[in-house]
Design a protein around this ligand. Structure first.
Ligand SMILES: *Cc1c(COP(=O)(O)O)cnc(C)c1O
Length: 441
């Protein structure tokens, strides 16, 4: 059995069956926006490894910091110890995140950061004597991760987790805001706010927090929405004394054209989660930040401890890498780079038209073609791959979030190849319903 066959028979891949229907590619090396495969061929990367490699792969200054840290102290338990990588990173995060977020919990993945955020909110209300405030409001189409708490705030219908419905916390779901093309566009439909308001009116005594992905709902549909919605929704929650949890795991650190997507609406959440781009696609790291209200609430009742502590909490290597990545954000004009990506995709895709193209939208470093058909994801991926572009569409969504450091020439090529793949696939005669599984995410 060669390595590819072994993989196919023995190793689970994200949201996949085992054995897998089709083999995966073997990656051998990465650099900038290029992925080199075992066979020596090179792919241009449209995905940044799921939003994470914001400065491209193997950025030399981050690599240098990583090598240095690796030789000094790759890990030490965080129980009873602290270290420069953690304190420097926490200072930087408190500095750059929205006002009020002053306390940091380091977690080892995005889902765990969400678990900690939910736990903080629940523990806050318990500590201040309102334990009945124990439910969460999330939005339809939300995605917040794969662990049980996180699953319980993912879209209950479209989400990936309907399998576990009866094992999850019974949370509440408000209608998602309509898709819009720019956060500065006004909210076109008030019904989504009415849906949130109705839940708050009826059940605010039982609601701990509202958790949301600011401005872009990611894995649940790549839905961009109006900042107007965010400011009105968060104001409603504050009126009903419901905490705000901003999940910036995908949107944080520049992806939407603001350092944090909350900034589009001036939102100051009580709790914020970060992950993905936080460690620049090099290693797993996430963080949950909270304000003084949450900290002091949790601390005021006995025992006053926040009951969470992963083994690899605040791993020094990961913290050092994340700190170096944030420093890099100050070193080049990331905002200009992200705007350039947006403009390149917009320019190349503006004339795309087909009865089965439902929508084309670009914001910051995120570009999306939404189709009316869900059966073409594999075919489009295959067509892009034939042009040496790494793309991973899912369902009716074909999307790209390249590294901020991609050259304009490479971004143009991405946009062009993706557009051609989409048009070619759409214009092929429809075949029999596919039996082959489509990529899920
Ligand atoms: C990816 C993602 C998560 C989960 O992060 P993992 O590191 O995959 O556990 C949570 N929330 C949002 C918004 C995400 O995009």
């Amino acid at each position: 059995m060669n390595a590819t066959e072994f993989d196919q028979q023995h190793i689970w891949h994200p949201y996949n069956r085992l054995p897998a229907n089709s083999p995966v590619l073997n990656a051998a090396a990465t650099k900038g926006s290029r992925i080199t495969l075992d066979d020596g061929s090179q792919l241009l990367d449209a995905m940044s490894s799921w939003w994470s490699a914001i400065h491209g792969y193997n950025h030399p200054s981050i690599l240098a910091a990583a090598h240095d840290q690796l030789s000094i102290m790759p890990h030490i338990m965080f129980g009873g110890f602290s270290h420069h990588p953690a304190t420097e990173l926490a200072r930087a995060l408190i500095d750059i995140t929205p006002a009020g977020l002053e306390h940091v919990f380091f977690a080892d993945s995005g889902s765990i950061a969400v678990e900690v955020a939910l736990k903080m909110a629940l523990q806050y209300w318990k500590s201040i004597g309102q334990p009945q405030k124990s439910k969460f409001i999330a939005l339809k189409h939300a995605y917040h991760g794969d662990t049980f708490g996180a699953m319980s705030v993912c879209d209950p219908v479209d989400g990936m987790h309907h399998l576990f419905a009866q094992n999850l916390m019974p949370n509440l779901f408000a209608d998602a805001p309509p898709i819009c093309h720019h956060p500065n566009h006004p909210l076109t439909n008030q019904a989504c706010l009415d849906s949130l308001k109705a839940l708050l009116e009826q059940q605010h005594q039982n609601i701990a927090a509202f958790i949301f992905e600011p401005i872009i709902q990611g894995a649940g549909g790549m839905r961009f929405y109006s900042a107007d919605y965010l400011s009105q929704a968060t104001a409603l929650c504050q009126e009903y004394d419901v905490l705000l949890i901003a999940d910036e795991i995908a949107t944080g650190l520049g992806r939407t054209g603001k350092l944090f997507a909350c900034e589009w609406a001036g939102t100051q959440p009580d709790i914020m989660t970060l992950g993905k781009g936080l460690s620049a696609g090099m290693i797993s790291l996430a963080a949950t930040l909270c304000n003084e209200r949450i900290r002091s609430g949790i601390s005021q009742a006995e025992p006053g401890l926040l009951m969470h502590g992963p083994t690899f909490m605040a791993n020094p290597l990961a913290c050092r890498i994340a700190h170096s990545s944030i420093m890099l954000l100050n070193d080049y004009d990331w905002q200009k780079a992200v705007t350039q990506i947006q403009n390149t995709f917009q320019r190349t895709w503006q004339s795309l038209q087909h009865p089965d193209i439902a929508d084309v939208r670009c914001l910051g470093g995120v570009a999306v073609i939404e189709l009316n058909r869900t059966d073409l994801a594999s075919r489009i991926q295959q067509l892009a791959l034939a042009q040496n572009v790494w793309l991973r569409p899912f369902g009716k969504l074909v999307y790209s979030m390249p590294a901020y450091t991609i050259t304009t020439q490479d971004a143009e090529r991405l946009a062009l190849v993706i557009a051609q793949a989409v048009m070619t696939a759409l214009n092929e005669p429809r075949c029999q319903p596919r039996t082959e599984a489509q990529p899920f995410v």
